[in-house]
Design a protein around this ligand. Sequence first.
Ligand code: DGY
Length: 322
Amino acid sequence: MSKPRILVTRHIFPEITDYLAQHFALESNPEDVLWSQAELAQRLADKDGVFITGSHRIDTALLAACPRLKIAANMAVGYNNFDVDAMTAAGVQGTNTPDVLTETTADFGFALLMATARRMTESEHYLRAGLWNSWRYDMFAGAEVHGSTLGILGMGRIGQGIARRGAHGFGMQVIYHNRSRLAPELEAECKARYVSKDELLAQADHLVLVLPYSAESHHAIGAAELARMKPTATLVNIARGGIVDDAALAQALKEGRIAAAGLDVFEGEPAVHPGLLERSNVVLTPHIASATVPTRLAMARLAADNLVAFFDGRGALTPVNT
Ligand code: DGY
């Protein structure tokens, strides 16, 4: 029997490409060309499955052009690049990479919170520019982290990881808001208190966004929400661009309505709103929260294993639709 045909959309770890090549007839992308959606559709037209990243979408137009496609394995836990309903209607299995990146992403969320509150990149730029000529009492004085109030919007696995770091490592009072409340034992483990979204906005010294992107969470933080936050607060987004209205955020930062922001994700990334680029009180990183070598390898391995298990007839390991 001929091997299933698989497309790998971006350059990935050579050991994962080798592993896939043992099981499948593979077309890969060693030069890491960023194909357009139209080119992706052309390349996928004769494929049975795809190893995909957030750089590309599986939507109605693509599905119509790829009648053989049976599975799309996303190398990411977030799968807002999938039109899940359209995939389900077309009989296409979607998979993601939960769990393997939880702690690494929580580490990064905390690092971004620290860098933002303690003005690390702003002060480094100052030093590198040769502007440091003496000690000053208020030089880059930032916000306190230990003992402050940590707000978390979205309390899934990564949110809980951030809560544990804040409560146990930094003695922070942790409050959270989520679609559903955690079980009492999980709340106790995270030392986290459930509050309304309004209370979360009003009380957090540092607000970390960790919720999935959906039509419902689009612009969950806009001008009205930013107006409810403390003028001394920091906002950290490691979830998805589009959860924050970046134009409203740039304006709020300009007017000093909140103190600072740490952003790993952006609306329309890799483009970044110019109003954010021009502000010194924003720490900007290029969507790297899960980017450690072991974690990215584990994500790639899980995406590949989803393809192998699916075509072996064992069923996808981490399906996002059934
Ligand atoms: C994820 O896993 O959803 C990350 O954002 C992708 O790097």
